[in-house]
Design a protein around this ligand. Structure first.
Ligand SMILES: [Zn+2]
Length: 193
């Protein structure tokens, strides 16, 4: 099993290169490894990008949290119905359009303290992304709310950017356990300071 590189590793700061053959065996293997790692860390993972496993190619996977939410609202069983489609594969992704409105969500990253550190990040609330999917088809997806953050977070990895870059005050970074405890006690996330 591949390991996930951690903050400080220079490979995480390099710009990823475009994929020439999205349907190649090499790409399929990378995608397989990324999804397997995400599943292993299921609780803390919304996605994973190739540079995080030391591969400098423009590939990431993102969990379709938007579909999960939709299915949950309809009371349908997520596991059975989504299964293979739960993880969207993005090859050579580009942002086609950014919404003007912003949203703030708490993000974590499997490359930052193994996904145990969280902080509030403000990004465009909606983005349109052009990409090639796992079957080599060109696609356009509109991502909103938390899913938009996941997609932009993963896109950042392809540019060598980690979410902690957006956290100006380190006091806004919270350990998973402390954050859970705070939310239990206060019913909401802490105010950013
Ligand atoms: Zn990350």
């Amino acid at each position: 099993m591949k390991t996930i590189l951690q903050l400080g590793d220079p490979l995480l700061e390099k710009k990823a290169k475009p994929v020439r053959e999205p349907k190649s065996k090499e790409v399929q293997t990378i995608v397989h490894d990324l999804i397997a790692l995400c599943k292993e860390k299921e609780e803390n993972s919304g996605g994973l990008a190739a540079p995080q496993i030391g591969i400098g190619l423009q590939i990431f996977v993102a969990r379709r949290l938007d579909l999960e939410e939709e299915y949950r609202k309809k009371g349908r069983k997520i596991r059975e119905e989504l299964d293979d489609n739960l993880w969207e594969v993005f090859v050579n992704p580009r942002i086609a359009k950014r919404g003007k409105r912003t949203s703030t969500f708490w993000e974590g990253c499997l490359s930052v303290d193994d996904g145990q550190l969280f902080g509030p990040v403000t990004r465009p609330a909606t983005v349109q992304v052009k990409y090639t999917d796992k079957d080599g088809n060109k696609k356009l997806i509109t991502a909103s709310e938390y899913f938009a953050h996941v997609v932009q977070h993963e896109l950042d990895h392809l540019k060598g950017i980690l979410f902690v870059k957006y956290i100006d005050n380190p006091e806004n970074l919270w350990r998973n356990n402390d954050l859970d405890k705070y939310i239990r006690e206060h019913g909401d996330f802490p105010e950013a300071i």
